[in-house]
Ligand binder design. Structure first.
Ligand code: NOJ
Length: 737
């Protein structure tokens, strides 16, 4: 976030005119209180929608009937800095009060959860990350930015860039997976997409990096749980996406709920003040997560709300989401010297800078024409969402080359997920309308398939054997859509059992038996928001397509892949286990003294494989890619890794070539492999290309336990391949002097 000298002068000028109350007002993020019949805060209600306690329909009803308190008097008095919501008409009304009726006319900043699209929802992050396509990450974010701005939202609570390695954590769906390098590429691209098109205030928003930090490491994947790790691990694994995003200019960050080594991230001076602000030089502001400050009392780190507020502000938390603690206690804290004016000024300055950078002082309102703009989804936004959806689908297994299907085959479609538009968008999607969503059933029909739907069962449904029999007799091929309901992932949706929910496995057993008996093919399409334990499925089902929750265009994207109009190219951004007990499982774990193997006294379970079922970076295609021999060339600053790649099949396709590295001898135990680069390579049928990925020598180091980046001479292994498991390897002896 870059401001001009003139803008900075305006900020300083404003700051010098502000009363203490007005300064504190800027640190207060309000949300409309719902009054009448439903006495919870807006963000709590949103969480209830998100975790399924309140359905979308109930939510819409509540919102249309309940009256809301928008804290107009406080806005007028200059006691509110930001507001949550997505109603452009209301945003304009409130903004008018702030701009025209408050003493200094400081506009509000309006924030909302726009994680993977607002109106034109695109794939959940764990799916989109699997495209390994930064240019696409950027374009989808641009779509979200424009739709947000037209809805009166100038501040998106995104990107969510928590590295997450435990599939039990419900929030793995919201983030870019298990790898810090891929997550960093994702983070940078999202910042560019959300923030960089400043040609008009209609095109950009302030991003909010979340959840800062290490929330993805919550113990045993249980949401809001404690995290504990070495300084080295924090800097090597969990901080890199945040560092990268700050370097790209991220305007704000959200402190996470978890404690880190005993200090809640809401009031953690090491992560907030020392690392984010001083070391990374982030010039934007940090907001708490909802109720984060008061939860520090429950954490047992603050005596009461006032104490929590004082510790948070002193640690570098600039804005309070949802508790009014700053509003109530900061004045006394300043007057008694518990918080210095310098600290408060620093917080307020950062908030004003973001508002200035957003152009809110000159352009505080959503124009009438823009309010109407996205009532129907624009074609170009739908096209981006469709492209992202198609590119996010991972082909996990295709025994007997059953896929792609041809349109002459009669399809029996089963599984309730296939026929439900409301299940396509996934967790933390807030602004979609059912009528804009395409279910898999509809997608197949749209693409000219001869398809009939049978109500055979689903994640929470009973199995209907009669329908199964009919489906297997009447179709040439059975396409079964199974997986998770949207509310099974996302916030507060951790699960101890991440294998196929409900009776879907039994349904598949029955389908398997009956399709075999009838000589029909069986294709399984997965809809889910986390890596599932698919040991049984992999062992029994011949064809498996991972389709995640792909957004409004889901059905059309799945149809395109099933019929081969799109050759699947995505790879997994998270390793899939065979079963629950393998969690957490990730490819880039530290080397043990006894790596898991078939022998007994190694790092393994007696009753589970020691490897992931489908590793990070894995995904098949309808064509075959042949890798030539890997070559490594050293230059002064790089290792250039070259490999020939041939499309050996009859279809055009795209391969994601991945470069990994292992630091074989280091002063700290290093991962068995670390992703260091990747490239998407488009190859026509039969075509051959030379692929080069350069590894900068400067990127071959790691952070030690003082948080210092070190480059250590010694032996390194470089790997290249189509996934993190199946790679070629060359050793190099590197010297960095
Ligand atoms: C809680 C969630 O953790 C966070 O991701 C979200 O942005 C806030 N609530 C606001 O809705």
């Amino acid at each position: 976030m870059k401001l001009t000298t003139e803008q900075m002068e305006k900020v300083e000028n404003l700051l010098s005119q502000m009363t203490l109350d007005e300064k504190i007002g800027q640190t207060n993020l309000e949300s409309p209180s719902i009054v009448g019949g439903f006495d919870v805060s807006f963000e709590e209600l949103i969480e209830m929608v998100n975790d399924g306690r309140v359905s979308q329909d109930e939510f819409k009803k509540i919102m249309s009937t309940a009256s809301r308190d928008y804290h107009e008097d406080d806005i007028r008095a200059g006691l509110v800095g930001g507001m949550m919501g997505d109603d452009p008409v209301k945003a304009n009304e409130l903004q008018k009060i702030a701009v025209e009726e408050s003493r200094l006319g400081i506009p509000l900043i309006m924030g909302y959860d726009v994680i993977h699209g607002l109106r034109t929802v695109y794939p959940i992050a764990i799916a989109e990350a699997g495209t390994f396509d930064p240019e696409l990450f950027e374009r989808t974010a641009q779509v979200a930015a424009k739709e947000s701005r037209a809805s009166g939202i100038e501040w998106n609570f995104a990107p969510m860039i928590d590295v997450a390695r435990d599939a039990r954590w419900g929030r793995v769906s919201e983030g870019p997976g298990e790898d810090p390098y891929l997550a960093s590429c994702f983070a940078k691209a999202k910042i560019r997409g959300l923030q960089n098109d400043q040609s008009s205030t209609e095109n950009y928003v302030a991003a909010c990096l979340k959840h800062y930090v290490a929330y993805g490491a919550c113990e045993s994947g249980r949401d809001y749980n404690t995290t504990s790790m070495s300084v080295s691990q924090l800097h090597n694994v969990y901080l890199p996406p945040f560092k990268a995003a700050v370097e790209e200019g991220a305007a704000s960050a959200m402190a996470s709920f978890n404690d880190l080594n005993g200090v809640p991230c809401t009031l953690n001076p090491y992560t907030l003040r020392d690392t984010l602000k001083e070391r990374y030089k982030m010039n934007g502001f940090v907001v708490s997560d909802a109720n984060g400050i008061v939860e520090c009392v429950t954490h047992g780190i603050a005596e009461d709300a006032k104490d929590a507020g004082i510790q948070s502000m002193n640690a570098g938390l600039d804005m309070d989401m949802g508790t009014h603690i700053y509003k109530e206690y900061l004045k006394e804290a300043i007057e008694t010297g518990k918080v210095s004016m310098e600290v408060l000024d620093d917080a307020v300055r950062r908030i004003l800078m973001v508002k200035m950078w957003l152009g809110l002082f000159e352009n505080p309102y959503v124009s009438e024409k823009n309010i109407e703009k996205y009532k129907t989804l624009p074609e170009e936004h739908v096209a981006v969402s469709l492209e992202a959806a198609k590119k996010s689908i991972v082909l996990l297994k295709n025994e007997g080359q059953v896929l792609p299907l041809n349109r002459k085959q009669k399809i029996s479609l089963v599984g309730t997920l296939a026929a439900n538009r409301d299940e396509v968008c996934g967790a933390w999607a807030m602004g979609w309308k059912s009528e804009d969503c395409v279910s898999i059933w509809e997608g197949l029909k749209n693409s000219g398939a001869d398809v009939a739907y049978y109500l055979c069962g689903g994640p929470e449904d009973e199995i209907n054997e009669d329908e199964i029999v009919k489906a297997c007799i009447e179709g040439d091929v059975v396409v079964a859509v199974i997986g998770e309901l949207v509310n099974m992932t996302g916030e507060a949706s951790s699960k101890a059992n991440i294998e196929m929910p409900g009776k879907q496995r039994q349904m598949m057993e029955s389908l398997l038996e009956k399709t075999k008996a009838a000589g029909k093919s069986l294709v399984t399409v997965l809809m889910n928001g986390r890596p599932l334990g698919l040991g049984w499925e992999d062992a029994h089902l011949p064809v498996i397509v991972e389709a995640w929750h792909l957004g409004v265009q889901m059905g059309n994207a799945v149809a395109a892949v099933l019929f081969g109009d799109e050759n699947p190219s995505a790879k997994l951004a998270s390793s899939f286990p065979s079963m629950n007990g393998q969690c957490p499982i990730y490819y880039n774990h530290p080397s043990t003294g006894r790596p898991g193997s078939k022998s007994k006294f190694t790092s393994r379970y007696l009753d589970a494989p020691f490897e992931a079922l489908y590793p990070f970076g894995y995904g098949l295609s309808y064509t075959t890619f042949i890798y030539g021999e890997m070559q490594v060339e050293e230059t002064a600053d790089t290792y250039d890794i070259r490999v020939g790649l041939k499309n050996d099949g009859e279809r055009d396709g795209t391969e994601i070539v991945q470069l990994y590295m292992q630091d074989v001898t280091a002063s700290l135990v290093r991962p068995v492999k670390e992703l260091k680069g990747f490239v998407r390579v488009d190859l026509k049928a039969g075509e051959e290309k030379k692929v080069t990925i350069s590894l900068a020598k400067a990127d071959m180091g790691f952070y030690d336990n003082q948080g210092t980046y070190v480059l250590e001479d010694g032996l390194f292994r470089l790997y290249i391949g189509g996934n993190s498991r199946d790679c070629q390897c060359r050793e190099v002896r590197a010297s960095f002097k």
